[in-house]
Design a protein. Sequence first.
Length: 318
Amino acid sequence: MKIGTCVNFSEIDGMEKKFAQLREHNFDSCQLVSWNPAAWTDENASILKTLLEQYQITVSAFWCGWTGPAAWNFYDGQLTLGLVPVEYRQMRIENLCDGADFAHKLGITDVVTHMGFIPENPYDPNFSSFCIAVRTVAEHLKKNGQCLLFETGQETPVTMLRCFEAVGTDNLYVNLDTANLILYGKANPADALDVFGKYVRNLHAKDGCYPTNGHELGAETPIGQGKVDFRAVFTKLHELGYNSYVTIEREIDGPQQLTDILERVPEDETPLVVLFDGVTDVRNFGAIARSAECAGAHGLITPLKNSAPVNAEAIRSS
């Protein structure tokens, strides 16, 4: 799997510094996140393309925002987020198509967005009209050879699956945000893979807690401090054959954001990493992993080929 982070793009000034910082910390991929359509110009596309080539960074997806109000809670969010609110729908269809065209100029094939609180009732009149709006965007992207990825969170997994079936295009996929399903109280991310696992095309590694009241989302946390069972998630992804991008996300501003992303090993401690070579028996794999944890190892590296699978038996053995 390829590890990266999110890079925000609101204006071209400062982007070279962001890419340089990405490489400084040994990341070579990112999701490019932009909520400013005014920045999606031909000139900026040319500059970004040059910078990405210069720093040898692969953009795994363009996270496309949209204009208009956005309230990230269970009440006003129903009225303001994504393509669900009829009042803002046409404007946001245009935003998403424009953002996709900008991404296409950069050679980016995957476009991610939040679709909003999709109605769970398929007989809700807004469900059908919402699906028509999604189809309009998906068909536009298909002409560019692009895929439209729903970021998980505001809808249950089965509601998202139902929408895919109703829209009917073959370029709809999932950007699995491991925390969002918990923050919105919609599902456990590992279990959600039983519903839409085959559609996962990108992933936000993020952590958080369940809601504690009916108005506000649960709290996002640094990875390892929330309720996401990353072992279960990645085990199931491995079983599904997922071997693509993992984008670490921390939704705070300022220097603490980078600190939380990088805070895996204390500065004054030499990292201990265990490298598997030719270990093909899952029980041996699990036993070595268990011993490594007891020894204080910070990570395990296993090759894609000629190695035991990280499956349920390996986890039991560990």
